[in-house]
Design a protein around this ligand. Structure first.
Ligand code: FDA
Length: 579
């Protein structure tokens, strides 16, 4: 082995976690390098649901519009349909992904952004192109082999697959964003809970004009309850829209104990035909691959200078669309901390808060995604169960819901209820937005935890209590209308106050790091003409919120304080790991 190349942060992997880590670090001016195994980015659709929190992150990183331009918009995502095949009988629908009128209002109240559907092979280029344009050194066909860390950094051995040789990269920190079979996490000895290989699944990517069966009920997901649909997989057969209405991906299960079937074109076509239910539709299969449903999460995300993100530390099925979203959010949580530690503004103790804040969320989403699979079973049960019956019995059970009998009425009610319950998979706004951090980078303000008066999985419940994301409110600046979230981010801390909060503004200016100040009130740079901010801020005009670069409230005082400089200095010393 010869050459030693140097960087500040080496990232292994160019998936959603690695690409967004690179993008954030380059945006903050941190020297970084990405090594990635293949000569290309993701070449299949994979993750696609992009939730509001991720869109907020992408907005701060300056690529929100690029994503919107390429994505399927929210209004085409939302008629999640249960059917016997696309051409067959429809059993019911769930208004999903913010398309229920009440949930839509909740989405509009929660964030300046909208959900959208951008498959991974289209998302990764947006992230990677922006990262490279801002300075990331990206090396394709480069495989991570091993690392050794010492007090000052990490030396990583990689293999150049083009030259066929190995070389060393010396970095101050290493991010393992190398996916569900992470060798970095394994080499770092990260403790894992749960299990891999819970069930077997197959992805089949294909092209077919299915507008005849989909355009009138536009959706990202069509669930097919057909013979064999309860074997393995993710709850039922799934026809997923990649691009409306010509590009598709089917998810179909297999018995994991028997091993993956031989993925011949003939096999793939047979599955596609079964789920479409119309042999007249021309179909072209692009690719098929087998994967397993996992239920695994790391109990710790870091070992010294090695930090892992994304599927490397949380492995779960695609239910609820949490895979790439959580990966992007991990990276965003980590990037500003690395920046401040590398700049010497914070001590490495700030990095300990990455683990403390993100590991509980990883565990939560792994559990949620697997629970969503189990919650499809009542839909089958409402139809008399599918297994081990013959197809004839199954079709008879499905037909029985049309009977003018008491049994038929009961079955219709049970089916409606079971399908409506899937809202926990398709409209879990709280799962997407209710993250509340507890760590040394959050300074408690002594107020009691308000908890969640409403269902924490279904409903977003904003608060400005330290540890929560800054509540969104529309405010104005001159002729411009902007979100409170637009006043924070860009790698900086921000102090928000109002009329009478001058002492807080002076206290922010007295700190040794750059803190943006936002004063909201009549005649100030920012105004609150709708009174929205006054309604959600939970502080008085003279109070203050200190918001971290990732948009989370780190410190709150509800009113003016004579010793504002001391309070803010003490808070920052704790947040930055100096105490
Ligand atoms: P990801 O796996 O995306 O990226 C890992 C990166 O590391 C890749 O660039 C890889 O090449 C690189 N790498 C790995 N080992 C390396 C090494 N030794 N050296 C260098 N580079 C290395 N999710 C969802 O929400 N809906 C869905 O429908 C699907 N479908 C789906 C299908 C298939 C086939 C897969 C594999 C995954 C999904 N997922 C999914 C999961 C989703 O894709 C996943 O949650 C995110 O991609 C996770 O992003 P990461 O960046 O963490 O890993």
């Amino acid at each position: 082995m010869h050459t030693v190349v140097e960087t500040d942060v080496l990232i292994v992997g160019s998936g959603p976690a690695g690409a967004s880590a690179a993008l954030a670090l380059s945006t903050y001016g941190v020297r970084n390098m990405v090594v990635t195994r293949y000569a290309h980015l993701a070449d299949t659709p994979r993750a696609h649901i992009t939730n509001q929190r991720t869109m907020e992150v992408l907005r701060d990183l300056g690529v929100e519009q690029d994503v919107i331009d390429r994505a399927t918009p929210q209004h085409l995502m939302g008629n999640t349909t249960f059917c016997t095949s696309l051409a067959g009988e429809e059993l019911g629908r769930v208004r999903s992904w913010g398309n229920d009128p009440l949930v839509q209002a909740a989405h509009e109240l929660a964030s300046p952004t909208r959900m959208c559907d951008l498959p991974q092979h289209l998302m990764e280029p947006v992230l990677v192109n922006a990262a490279v344009a801002r300075g990331t050194d990206l090396r394709f066909s480069t495989v991570y082999k091993s690392f050794v860390q010492d007090e000052d950094g990490v030396t990583v051995t990689v293999e150049d697959r083009l030259r066929g040789d190995e070389y060393a990269i010396r970095a101050k920190y290493l991010i393992g964003a190398d996916g569900g079979r992470s060798k970095v996490a394994e080499d770092a000895g990260l403790p894992m809970g749960g299990q891999m290989g819970v069930a077997g699944s197959i992805n089949i990517v294909f092209e077919a004009d299915l507008s005849k069966y989909t355009a009138h009920r536009p959706s990202t997901l069509y669930w097919v309850l057909a013979p064999g649909a309860t074997v393995g997989g993710i709850g039922a057969g799934l026809v997923r829209c990649v691009r409306p209405w010509n590009e598709w991906l089917i998810v179909w299960g297999y018995d994991v104990t028997a091993g993956a079937p031989d993925l011949t074109e003939e096999y793939a076509l047979a599955v596609v035909r079964r789920l479409i239910g119309d042999d007249e539709i021309p179909v072209s299969v692009t690719s098929s691959s087998a994967w397993t449903v996992n239920e695994m999460y790391a109990e710790s995300y870091a070992s010294g200078r090695v930090l892992c993100a994304g599927d490397a530390v949380h492995r779960h099925p695609p239910s609820n669309g949490l895979g790439s979203n959580t990966s992007v959010q991990d990276a965003y949580n980590l990037a500003w901390k690395l920046k401040l530690v590398l700049d010497g503004v914070a001590t490495p103790r700030l990095l300990d808060t990455y683990d403390a804040e993100r590991a509980p969320i990883g565990k939560q989403i792994v559990t949620r995604a697997n629970q969503s699979i189990a919650e499809t079973a009542p839909v089958f049960e409402a139809l008399g169960g599918f297994s081990p019956q013959t197809p004839e019995q199954m079709w008879a059970n499905i037909a029985a819901r049309k009977d003018a009998t008491e049994d038929g009425r009961k079955q219709r009610a049970a089916l409606r209820e079971a399908i409506a319950f899937k809202v926990y998979e398709f409209n879990a706004h709280g799962v997407d937005l209710n993250h509340r951090y507890v760590s040394d980078a959050i300074v408690p303000d002594g107020t009691p935890d308000p908890g969640y008066p409403r269902d924490p999985e279904l409903y977003h419940q904003p608060t400005s209590r330290p540890g929560a994301k800054l509540p969104h409110a529309w405010i104005t600046s001159g002729t411009r209308t902007l979100s409170t979230l637009d006043t924070v981010g860009r790698g900086r801390f921000t102090l928000l106050t109002g009329i009478g909060g001058d002492a807080w503004v002076r206290a922010a200016a007295a700190q040794p790091l750059d803190i943006a100040t936002v004063v909201v009130g009549p005649g100030q740079e920012y105004e609150d003409p709708y009174g929205d901010w006054a309604n959600v801020s939970e502080i008085s005009d003279a109070g203050a919120l200190l918001v971290r670069p990732d948009g989370y409230v780190a410190f709150r005082r509800s009113d003016a304080a004579e010793d504002a400089v001391r309070l803010l200095t003490d808070a920052l010393r704790r947040i930055l790991g100096h105490d």
